[in-house]
Design a protein around this ligand. Structure first.
Ligand SMILES: *Cc1c(COP(=O)(O)O)cnc(C)c1O
Length: 476
């Protein structure tokens, strides 16, 4: 198969420039400034090796190599290598708090605060009043207590960490009573029974999957009991012949027996969402008022902040939690605290929350507004996908996501792409889904009912312009 004769090959090889000559050439000077000598040298060697291997194996496409050609291949390789692996995408899945796409998007106030924390020293653990060492929790505790009505608070890496730490600090070597209807698994890696054993606590299951009564709690309490625990059924609903014991019944029982109640709220909203027509969810304050001694919840679900786990509750229990050695291992960094504080401050003006808090703005966005966006994007998408596909603007339903209110959906609007030729529709849809996923800024939708569906709820103005621009540059 060799297209290159021995003498031709020798002639080609003789014309390959030396590495030294390439590196000293004017063409490479700018690359060396941008990427540094070490990287450029490595990429030049790789490119030359590849070229030589191609020439030797008789690859017909290999011809005499010049420096300009080498430069463009080296430059492309360096650019690819230095691209960030964490890339911005368009979340058109219809799930607002999408765990795999990074959950809550943060408001500008949080972005500014993080930027400052990244570039300027701060009083993270420095008491400006006394000039002595301070506690990082002090920066944000009061604000969390103000918004939840709790006596004390602390913050850790995420809600899974909050639950692990709470159980480790309050129930190690003791029993924790949980209803069988609440033995939740969240996204595979977080399962209540597993966390329980990791924390060294013994799970005491009570009741049945569908029904648990107050007397089940009563009868399970013994000398080994440390906690009664309730877990929010975040990602499932049990319906039909069911009975769950409310917190305001469990709490008095626990308290008369000298025990505490811990509630894992999961999403943990700070405001009543039903005031904006969203499904109602018990707030953290209501949970505290109903008698919970400890409440744990996520920072990046309905709260709309950075990844974090908030623990609020009784002062003595929070003090115990903060003293546990795991607290040091699970603590949050300054970037998290910097982002969380301004997000929490937004809750002081609940009447402006739907404009200012990104998550709530997206969740409350009117279907009519999303419809207009769908109509504006439709021509650009139709152009990009070509005439083998038909793109229409249609109503659809978004989800809140991240285990919040799994049974409720939000009326939305989006683009539905179907194949014109029904045959091999499945394969064509997969090809289309892949094409969109491989764009400069990947477009992530979902395939359902023989169509690719792009829900535009999370496509706000600036993103809409960017998406249209990107689609215009494509020709299927
Ligand atoms: C989401 C969730 C968790 C895990 O929270 P992360 O912040 O993702 O660690 C734990 N418990 C419940 C009930 C949840 O909904």
């Amino acid at each position: 198969m060799s297209d290159v004769s021995g003498s031709e090959l020798r002639a080609l090889m003789a014309r390959v420039p030396s590495v030294e000559k390439v590196m000293a050439s004017a063409e490479f000077a700018a690359l060396i400034v941008e990427y540094g000598r070490t990287q450029v040298l490595g990429a030049v060697r790789e490119s030359l090796d590849r070229w030589r291997a191609g020439a030797q194996s008789g690859d017909a496409s290999v011809s005499a190599l010049d420096v300009a050609q080498l430069k463009s291949s080296v430059e492309a390789a360096l650019r690819r290598r230095n691209e960030s692996r964490l890339r911005s995408v368009f979340n058109l899945t219809g799930t607002v708090l999408h765990t795999n796409l990074g959950r809550a998007l943060l408001p500008d106030e949080a972005v500014q605060a993080v930027m400052k924390a990244l570039t300027q020293p701060a009083n993270l653990e420095f008491d400006l009043g006394t000039g002595k060492r301070g506690d990082r929790d002090d920066l944000i505790d009061d604000l969390i207590c103000e918004l939840t009505g709790a006596e004390a608070a602390t913050v850790v890496n995420n809600n899974a960490a909050a639950v692990l730490l709470t159980l480790s600090a309050l129930a190690s070597k003791k029993e924790v009573i949980v209803s069988r209807g609440e033995l939740v698994e969240i996204g595979g890696a977080f399962r209540i029974p597993d966390i329980m054993s990791r924390a060294g606590a013994k799970l005491r299951e009570i009741g049945t999957t569908n029904r648990t009564h107050l007397k089940d709690y009563e009868e399970a309490i013994g000398p080994q009991t440390a906690l009664l625990m309730k877990v929010h059924a975040s990602n499932y609903a049990i319906s039909g012949f069911t009975k769950e014991v409310a917190l305001d019944e469990i709490a008095p029982l626990a308290h008369t027996r000298g025990l505490a109640v811990a509630v894992d709220l999961g999403s943990g909203t700070l405001v009543d969402l039903s005031q904006w027509g969203l499904p109602r969810e018990t707030t953290v304050r209501e949970t505290v008022e109903a008698g919970a001694d400890i409440v744990t919840f996520s920072g990046d679900k309905l709260l709309g902040g950075p990844q974090a786990g908030l623990i609020v509750g009784r002062r003595d229990l929070i003090a115990k939690i903060k003293k546990h050695p795991l607290k040091r291992a699970l603590r949050v960094g300054k970037l998290t605290l910097a982002a969380l504080e301004p997000v929490l401050q937004l809750y002081r003006a609940p009447e402006r929350l739907t404009e200012r808090l990104t998550t709530l703005r997206l969740l409350t966005r009117a279907a009519g507004d999303i419809r207009l966006a769908a109509e504006r994007v439709q021509p650009a998408l139709q152009h990009a996908v070509g005439e083998r596909y038909a793109v229409t603007a249609e109503p659809m339903f978004s989800q809140i996501g991240s285990g919040a209110l799994p049974v409720d959906v939000l009326p939305s609007y989006g683009l539905v792409v179907k194949t014109v030729d029904g045959k091999r529709g499945g394969r064509q849809l997969l090809a289309l889904e892949k094409m969109l996923r491989e764009m400069v800024r990947p477009v992530i939708g979902r395939i359902a009912d023989d169509a690719l569906r792009l829900d535009l709820r999370c496509l706000e103005a600036a993103d809409e312009a960017e998406l249209i621009e990107q689609l215009k540059g494509v020709r299927a």
